[in-house]
Design a protein around this ligand. Structure first.
Ligand code: CP
Length: 316
């Protein structure tokens, strides 16, 4: 595997899922595979789970890890081709990615959406340029449009917790005080569509996701109706795709609460975290035994470990 940026980079999802489950059972089974290899984790944006779970995954494989917050600690990177660099940018992506490839055997990059220019964001140009100029495999630690390590962990979590062969999974928009990217939701839909589930997306009018992801998926503007008979509720906020990056007002009633969870088929609750308590979902939902939020976070390690293992072995 030369890159892990979306489900399209995965040759066989079932086999990757089995590998993650094997690693969860025996995390140190391949602890010499990464000896004398280095994972570089580069962050343009904050992180708790991605940073620590990727480090842990690499350490479980015996790798060394170096981490850099590029926005605060590095030179300002120029991504344009042919730019006369006599303004604010100090180092070109060609040298930055080339140099980091001298130090690292695998590179992970987190680079969020600007939410100001849809075309640029949906080209995922920062990640794409890193891949173009790096000479080693690259893992997305969440790009402007997708969060594949999160979605892979979510699929592991659903597989472990489903009690019927084809569960109903509901992705529900939920309120948030700030405009957030569509990456987690796009990615969740992309991955879940490839598994044996009934997927329903529910959101207020105006929050339609990019149809490239939601084509053939049932969409409901009635959250309570969508919750009926659900086996999994996955809550996430996102900003508008059409009116790009904007948010709509007076939608606090979309919070996931105990009354809405009662409409489901004793559904498990999921969220990628971090979560704004009593805004996205109430304390009683987040703290209930049916909440899988910590299991999802735990599975981030084995999702990352499976991807790293494939890269170290140079397997698809
Ligand atoms: N879910 C997730 O990616 O968490 P972090 O932003 O803390 O890494």
């Amino acid at each position: 595997m030369k890159k892990f940026t979306s489900i399209k980079d995965v040759h066989n999802i079932k086999s990757l899922l089995s590998l993650a489950q094997e690693l969860k059972e025996s995390p140190f089974k391949y602890d010499s595979l990464g000896k004398n290899k280095t994972l570089g984790l580069l962050f343009f944006n904050p992180s708790l789970r991605t940073r620590l779970s990727s480090q842990k995954a690499a350490m479980n494989l015996g790798m060394n890890v170096v981490v850099m917050n590029l926005n605060n600690d590095g030179w300002t990177i120029e991504f344009g081709d042919g730019t006369v660099m006599n303004q604010g940018t100090q180092e070109h992506i060609k040298e930055a990615a080339g140099v980091i490839s001298q130090y690292c055997d695998v590179i992970g990059i987190r680079t969020f959406a600007s939410l100001t220019n849809r075309e640029e964001d949906y080209q995922d140009s920062v990640l794409t340029k890193f891949i173009a100029h790096a000479s080693v495999p690259v893992i997305s630690l969440e790009s402007a449009t997708l969060h594949p390590l999160q979605s892979f962990a979510d699929i592991i979590t659903i597989t472990e917790n489903k009690i019927i062969e084809k569960p109903k999974v509901v992705l529900t928009w939920a309120p948030h005080p700030r405009a957030l990217p569509q990456s987690v939701s796009n990615s969740f839909v992309e991955w879940v569509k490839e598994t044996n589930v009934d997927l329903v997306i529910t959101h207020p009018k105006g929050y339609e996701l990019n149809e490239e992801f939601t084509k053939d998926v049932e969409i409901s503007y009635d959250q309570e109706k969508a919750f009926e008979n659900a086996d999994f509720i996955y809550a996430k906020n996102w900003s508008c795709y059409r009116d790009y990056g904007n948010t709509l007002k007076n939608l606090d009633h979309w919070v996931v609460n105990r009354e809405k969870m009662k409409l489901t088929n004793n559904a498990k609750f999921m969220h990628c975290l971090p979560v704004r308590r009593n805004v996205v979902a109430t304390d009683e939902v987040l703290d209930a035994p049916s909440s899988l939020i910590l299991e999802q976070a735990n599975n981030r390690t084995y999702a990352a470990q499976a991807v790293l293992l494939k890269m170290l072995r140079n397997e698809d």
